[in-house]
Design a protein around this ligand. Structure first.
Ligand SMILES: Nc1ncnc2c1ncn2[C@@H]1O[C@H](COP(=O)(O)OP(=O)(O)OP(=O)(O)O)[C@@H](O)[C@H]1O
Ligand SMILES: [Mg+2]
Length: 336
């Protein structure tokens, strides 16, 4: 896997001692965003509670969590679109929402419908966004619009159609184009691949890589664990409004210990096999039809003995590193 390194690591790699870990470097550079004691209550719903989180500068942080766990609420609070019930938010060092006007020009966000007009073309809509960008002067607008449309793959004929006739994927692409109008220090994306086909998903992944290489810190929420595992340098896992784990992806997964991947004969009832593991208190899940058992509290021998005893036809088994899905299942199921 070719995961990008946080920009912070590059800066310090030559200067610091060779043993310096990314965690240490996160501590040296001020975070691109941070929240402390964050609580958000909607009427009777506690959407976030006692959340402390840092977004390391130069990272691509994947914010993961089940539906309703508070991801969008967190992103909206960071951007000053909503006020916390308690706690504090800093964005690029600025207290939010009080200093929004200092921080937001450097932040590109795809969090909610950006209010595009249905009767205007994609290009006209994007031009309105560009006109409102404090970092763009008027003569630069047409070029910035052209370039952004090109990067998100909206060709001239698509760009000149009415926004009202756009598919969900085209709407996502146009919203992403608005993020790309000027270079950003921070990009915040709420489920950026939502509604996109595989080509669109690949484009978003490419654009995230380009933004990161250009020096931007990226914060994205997603339900797609594989995508986060392949794209992100850091993760934060939310469950019911609390942060269950956060840190560098590699460090988090390594701290979880190994897992056992088990192949079973074709036609086997894999859900029943999973139930055998779970009823013995072993963390198990299915990964592309393969059974995976966490080895935190058990041994490979014990896992295989249980399965064989229950009549599950095991054909092969091997140890592997814990995957993000396993960590996610453990942390989010523990909270329920
Ligand atoms: N404007 C609102 N009014 C009332 N309740 C809200 C509001 N916004 C969010 N909530 C509640 O806060 C909780 C967290 O919602 P949020 O949208 O942040 O979750 P999420 O993790 O983004 O979910 P999803 O994965 O479905 O997008 C939910 O219980 C939701 O119903
Ligand atoms: Mg959401």
């Amino acid at each position: 896997m070719n995961r990008p390194e946080p920009a912070g690591s590059t800066v310090f790699a030559g200067a610091g001692p060779p043993t310096q870990s990314p965690r240490d470097m996160d501590d040296l550079v001020p975070p691109a965003a941070s929240v402390r004691g964050l609580r958000k209550v909607f009427r009777r719903t506690v959407a976030l509670d006692s959340v402390d989180l840092d977004l390391p500068t130069g990272s691509i942080l994947g914010l993961l969590g089940p539906n309703g766990s508070g991801k969008t609420t967190m992103l909206r609070l960071l951007l000053g679109l909503s006020r916390p019930t308690e706690g504090s938010v800093r964005l690029l060092g600025e207290p939010m929402p009080q200093r929004s006007s200092a921080a937001l020009p450097h932040v590109g966000a795809l969090v909610e419908g950006p209010g595009f007009h249905r009767h205007l073309s994609g290009r006209a809509n994007l031009t309105r966004c560009a006109d409102a960008e404090p970092l763009l002067c008027t003569p630069e607008v047409p070029g910035a619009v052209r370039e952004a449309l090109h990067r998100v793959g909206l060709d001239d004929s698509a760009a000149d159609r009415r926004y009202g006739g756009y598919s969900l994927g085209m709407r996502q692409r146009l919203a992403l184009a608005a993020v790309l109008l000027v270079p950003r220090r921070l990009v915040v994306l709420d489920e950026p691949t939502n509604g996109l086909d595989p080509a669109g998903t690949r484009d978003v992944r490419r654009i995230i890589g380009e933004l990161h290489r250009a020096g931007a810190t990226v914060l994205l929420s997603s339900h797609l664990l594989t995508e986060v595992e392949e794209t992100c340098t850091h993760v934060a896992i939310l469950a019911e409004g609390s942060v269950m784990a956060t840190g560098g992806l590699d460090a988090l997964l390594e701290s979880e210990g190994p897992a056992l991947a088990i192949d079973v004969r074709d036609g086997t009832d894999r859900t029943a096999a999973l139930t055998v593991l779970r009823s013995a208190g072993i963390l198990g899940y299915l990964d592309h039809g393969r059974l995976v058992a966490g080895l935190a509290d058990t041994t490979p021998d014990e896992v295989l003995r249980l399965l064989v005893h229950a009549g599950v036809p095991v054909t092969e088994a091997h140890r592997r590193r814990t995957g993000l899905e396993e960590l996610f299942v453990r942390l989010t199921e523990e909270s329920t």
